[in-house]
Design a protein around this ligand. Structure first.
Ligand SMILES: *Cc1c(COP(=O)(O)O)cnc(C)c1O
Length: 399
């Protein structure tokens, strides 16, 4: 069925939780306390499919089940194929492990000089500061340790991580992730950011977080003050589908932007969720309207029990092709595969170049028309300095 959306409207309101005082609804600690974490709670609200029931039975041994009331409202409870539902409600596919899959599919543990710190690229580190999230994505790349359902023995060590960064002047870029860093208290977050800001060689600090999407109430004025104080802090948020772009999220992005936080978005290409050009077009346009620049689309990592989310790479390339040239370059993310085993992110792009030689480059545009750009120059006429070709002296009037 082709995707259509009402571009003028932004979902808002308390949905199933009309009876809750608005003050509670807007309180992020209320949202966390009232998360849906059991099958029984889910079944109060919706009829689970057999596939979901089987997945739920297993979920807490793999990756905890948790959904904030705010995000649960975005699910179409009468549609078993709802793209929001598939992201947070376990299915039986999580139990199926394929040969090419790994618990630590990106080889992060092997690139970890101290617990909770991944140093893969020369100039930047990934600093895992917690294993908790506001809600759990069933395709989580770090499901081995996130939510601690598998007893992975993950203990974030802030002090060791900070000392490693202090001792390594080549680290100019620190990415806080987890788990979700914005689940830390303001006090802890402020401590981390102030320590990082005090390190002279750390030039670029960013946070990877899905909190704005799961729990926009967490983006309080107090939190924004911290970002202002230690800025520039950049942030990558994580939307997969235009339905996640609500009035509440838009307002949270506005608060972040006004606090000087540049926003990017990372999506994962997910079967039955966003493996569709029209859905992705709608998503990237919504993102721009919320001041968010689409940054990456990830090919699904080869984590254990993730195959039911996997999309053909050719589909991803086709989605990028459907964006490039048809809409602004600001709306076109990089499609990447994070190399299995730990090679880093590699762009997978549609091919526009047909041939490059010493003389020329031959390429096609977004409509498929072929063009030639000569690389060798053949002078035919000399210009007189300061004059245009017709001999007139250029003048600029400033009025
Ligand atoms: C994704 C990632 C980064 C950040 O990569 P960018 O391309 O700079 O966004 C850094 N370290 C690790 C280990 C990563 O997986």
């Amino acid at each position: 069925m082709p995707y259509t959306e009402d571009r003028a409207s932004w979902f808002e309101g308390q949905g199933l939780w009309q009876h809750i005082p608005e003050r509670d609804w807007r309180d992020w600690t209320w949202q966390l306390k009232n998360r849906i974490t059991t099958v029984a709670q889910l079944e109060q609200f919706m009829t689970l499919t057999a596939d979901e029931k089987a997945g739920c039975a297993f979920a807490n041994q793999k990756l905890a089940l948790a959904i904030t009331p705010y995000f649960f409202n975005l699910i179409d409870r009468h549609d078993p194929h709802c793209p929001i539902r598939k992201q947070v409600i376990p299915r039986s596919g999580e139990m199926v492990v394929s040969e090419e899959e790994r618990l630590d599919s990106l080889g992060e543990d092997g690139h970890s000089p101290v617990p909770g710190l991944v140093h893969r690229y020369p100039d930047r580190v990934l600093f895992l500061v917690t294993d908790r999230c506001a809600a759990y994505c069933r395709y989580c790349t770090r499901s081995r340790l996130v939510s601690n359902a598998q007893d992975y023995n993950f203990h974030p060590e802030y002090e060791q991580g900070l000392r490693y960064i202090e001792a390594h002047p080549e680290v100019r870029d620190v990415l806080l992730s987890g788990g979700d860093p914005l689940l830390l208290s303001d006090k802890k977050l402020e401590h981390l950011l102030s320590r990082l800001r005090a390190i002279k060689h750390v030039e670029f600090i960013r946070i990877g977080s899905r909190i704005p999407v799961f729990l926009p109430q967490r983006i309080t004025p107090e939190l924004c003050e911290i970002f202002k104080k230690y800025g520039p802090i950049w942030m990558s948020i994580h939307l997969n589908h235009p339905k996640e772009a609500t009035a509440e999220l838009k307002a949270a992005c506005e608060r972040l932007s006004f606090a000087g936080v540049p926003l990017g978005n990372q999506s994962v290409l997910l079967a039955g969720v966003n493996d569709d050009a029209e859905v992705m077009q709608a998503l990237v346009h919504r993102l721009l309207r919320m001041r968010v620049r689409p940054y990456y689309i990830y090919q699904m990592d080869l984590i254990t029990g993730g195959a039911h989310f996997k999309v053909d790479v050719r589909k991803g390339v086709e989605i990028i092709r459907s964006l490039r040239g048809h809409t602004t370059g600001y709306a076109v993310p990089q499609y990447v595969i994070d190399a299995p085993g730990g090679g880093g992110k590699v762009p997978i792009n549609p091919d526009y170049v047909e041939k490059i030689t010493d003389d020329e480059v031959i390429f096609r545009n977004y409509e498929g028309q072929q063009f030639r750009y000569p690389l060798k120059s053949t002078p035919t006429q000399a210009l007189v300095e300061g004059m245009g070709l017709n001999g007139a002296v250029e003048s600029v009037m400033i009025t």
